[in-house]
Design a protein around this ligand. Structure first.
Ligand code: HAM
Length: 429
């Protein structure tokens, strides 16, 4: 195929055989979020470039290297959103819905765009489900976010495959003090740092902490520790969070090097990671950003949130074979009709059944066909039962009811009794 007719590298079609698992995942998460009292918000996919520069930080990989930025026909610089927090903050400010200390618990779902090097679990268009909470500043809400994800992993059957990493970055004041100490230490070891870390030392020193370079890692062993620079308030907040996780029995690992790739965080940061997906093992990540709303022009408003990568979680479900059997089946019942009269009667009968059983997945054969070919299609559809309307059934005003999986003889059911009969044999979702 010529190049122009292919999808863009790192931007994938999600094919019909994959969408049932995506919908199962998205449905499970959205039900959970509803149950915890979160409301959905939908933001545009494109925003002014300035929004991301100001919120994510000018000297982050995302803003420096990964944004899809273009000029529109008015000459405005626009960017495909690389994440959801910035737009969510913009939206709550623009609509004044966090004013006067109003609490907002919001979630969103959709595609995000980053020009990263594509590989398994890392794409240029990927999908997140994220949430943001405004105007709650205590560790109780940080804990709720983590508890909720813990419950989700349980429902999905992947709890044993993920690990929670936690850190506190402190307030901006304590982080500034720590940054100074770190810069002083690293500057004294400048020659031993890799090139990228030397650059980061000038632009964004905390990011040196999550270097992958082993020589730089060796230098970091004796570097000042963030925990020693935490102010009392951040320390108490962090202890409050840990106490809640301990009370529920959620295991965690303290990772003092966890700094995150976006600049807006303060106090709590966390990541859920798995070792089952290779290099791209972070499936959900977030933290607190108490200074961001003010930095974006609003009143001081505490905020906390996270986002999970749908591709990575779907991959994990596949890898661990945690795919519920019923989601693979798309059809409960397949109706075969032979001859024009039977087709018309079948159409009317199917609509009557759908009126009475709105959740039934009933597929009516289209394109006519012989007995053999319609049965083949019924079987291939994965349906549990076939309904048959031929000359005999038409004469008696019944429908043949034939189990396609497992035992059971074909029976005749009166048209009027069909919906009631189906209700007893098909478990409805
Ligand atoms: P993030 O760590 O940049 O945070 O992304 C969150 C999650 O999105 C990652 O843990 C990963 O699962 C997924 N993800 C990120 N990049 C890619 C990619 N290129 N391909 C596939 N999946 C990816 C944020 O975006 C923050 N806005 C999270 C947040 C919300 N913090 C507070 N509120």
């Amino acid at each position: 195929m010529s190049k122009s007719l292919q999808a863009i590298r790192g931007m994938n079609d999600i094919l019909p055989e994959q969408t049932p698992l995506w919908r199962y995942f998205e449905g499970t998460v959205s039900r959970l979020l509803d149950n915890y009292g979160y409301k959905q918000i939908r933001m545009p996919i494109v925003e002014f470039t300035e929004l991301f520069k100001r919120s994510i930080g000018e000297v982050t990989d995302i803003v420096e290297k990964e944004m899809y930025t273009f000029e529109d026909r008015n000459g405005d610089s626009l960017t495909l959103r690389p994440e959801g927090t910035a737009a969510c903050v913009r939206a709550v400010l623009e609509h004044g819905i966090t004013g006067g200390g109003q609490v907002q618990k919001l979630w969103y779902i959709g595609p995000m765009f980053r020009h990263e090097r594509p590989q398994k679990g890392r794409y240029r268009q990927f999908h997140q489900i994220g949430l943001e909470v405004f105007n709650l500043d205590g560790p109780d809400i940080d804990a709720e976010l983590i508890v909720m994800t813990w419950r989700l992993w349980g429902e999905l059957g992947i709890r044993d495959a993920v690990k929670l990493e936690l850190n506190s970055l402190g307030t901006s004041e304590s982080r500034a003090r720590y940054r100074d100490a770190l810069v002083e230490y690293l500057s004294a070891h400048h020659d031993k740092l890799d090139e990228d870390s030397q650059r980061r030392l000038k632009s964004n020193p905390l990011r040196v902490l999550d270097t992958k370079n082993v020589d730089t890692q060796a230098v970091l062993v004796d570097a000042p520790k963030m925990a020693d620079y935490l102010d009392d308030e951040s320390r108490a907040h962090f202890e409050g969070l840990k106490a809640r996780l301990d009370a529920i029995g959620i295991p965690y690992v303290l990772n003092p090097k966890l700094v995150r790739g976006l600049d807006y965080y303060s106090k709590t940061v966390f990541e859920w990671v798995t070792d089952k997906l290779g290099a791209q093992g972070t499936v959900c990540a977030g933290g607190r950003y108490d200074g961001l709303v003010e930095q974006m022009g609003g009143k001081p408003t505490p905020g906390v949130g996270f986002a999970m990568g749908i591709e990575r979680l779907v991959l994990l479900l596949e890898t661990l074979e945690q795919i519920p059997e019923e989601i693979a089946r798309q059809v409960d019942v397949y109706l075969c009709a032979f001859g024009e009269e039977a087709e018309l009667a079948g159409l009317a009968l199917a609509e009557r059944v759908r009126d009475q059983l709105p959740h039934l997945r009933l597929q009516v054969n289209a394109g006519a066909g012989s007995f053999k070919s319609q049965f083949k299609k019924a079987d291939k559809s994965g349906a549990l039962y076939a309904l048959i309307l031929g000359d005999d059934e038409m004469a008696q005003q019944v429908v043949g009811f034939k189990p396609l999986r497992g035992q059971g003889e074909q029976q005749s059911i009166a048209w009027d009794a069909l919906a009631a009969h189906l209700a007893t044999c098909v478990v409805q979702g």
